[in-house]
Write a protein that binds this ligand. Sequence first.
Ligand code: AMP
Length: 282
Amino acid sequence: MRIIAKATDAAVWSAAMRREGRSIGFVPTMGALHQGHLTLVARAKAECDAVCVSIFVNPLQFNNPDDLRHYPRQLEQDRGLLTGAGCDMLFVPEEASIFQEHSPRLFDLGGQDNILEGPSRPGHFQGVVNVVERLFHYIRPDAAFFGEKDRQQLAVIQHVAHTLHWPERIVPCPTERAPDGLALSSRNLRLSPQERAVAPVLYQCLQSVAGSAFREPVTSAKEHGLRLLRAAPSIRLEYLEISDPLSLEPLVDWGDRTEAVALVAAWLGPVRLIDNVTLHKR
Ligand code: AMP
C-alpha cells in the first residue's frame, strides 16, 4: 500500500491509475478505523480496480474544539488494518497541502443545515462538503463510498453532487453494528465501560420506533422510542425524529410514503452519538 501525504502526489497517483485504465474507488475517513470503515473499503474493492482511503481529521467540520482535541488518532493501527484490507493508496493529507490556495466556499446544502444535526453543529456540513470537494479534486474517484450511519452527511453529499453535477458516483453503504446493536463509531472509544453498557439503548429506541412505524401515528411511534430513552437517565437526548427518506425533513404524518427514516442524537457523558434506521411500510 502506498502512503501519500501531498495532495499533488495524490493527483499524480490518480492520473497514473486512469492511464492504466483502472477505476478508482474512494473512502474518505477521519481514521481510528473500525469494521464500519472496512466494509466501505471492501465494497470499494468489489466495485473498483484501485482503492484509495483518506485519513484526515478535518478541522473545518468540528464546531466543538473539545471534540476535535479528543478525536482518536491511531495512524499506525489504521495503516495495518488498511494493508490487510487490500487498500492501494492511503492518503493522509497535511492540512496545508489539502487547502492549498483555497478558501472555504459556501455550498447550497438544500436546507439540510437547518434541520437535525444542522442547528446543533453550525458550519459542520459546510466543513464536510468543503473537504470532500478538495479530496475529490485531487483523487478524482469514479465512485466514493459513504456510510448510512451518517445519514444526513450522505444526504448532503448526494444533494451537492447532484446539483453541481459532480461526476463521482456516490455509493451509500449500510451501518455496521456491534453484536448488541450499537452502531460502530470511532467516538465509541471515548465511552467509559458504564456508558458503553448504556449506549445500545439508542438502537433499541430506533427499533421500537420501527416496530410501530406506519401502524401508529408518527407522534405515537416516536413516543415508544422516547420512553426507552427516558428510562436511561445518563442519556441526554438532542433529538429523535422521523423524517422523509430523501429530504430528511421531519414528518408530522406518514402521508402516502412507504419508507421513512428514524434518526437520533444523544449525549452519553462527553460523547455525542448519532444513529438512524430506515422504516418500511409492510
Ligand atoms: P468517519 O471516519 O467517522 O468520518 O467515517 C468515514 C466513513 O465511514 C463515513 O462515510 C461514515 O459514514 C462511515 N462509517 C462510520 N461508521 C460506520 C458504520 N458503523 N457503518 C458503516 N459506515 C460507517
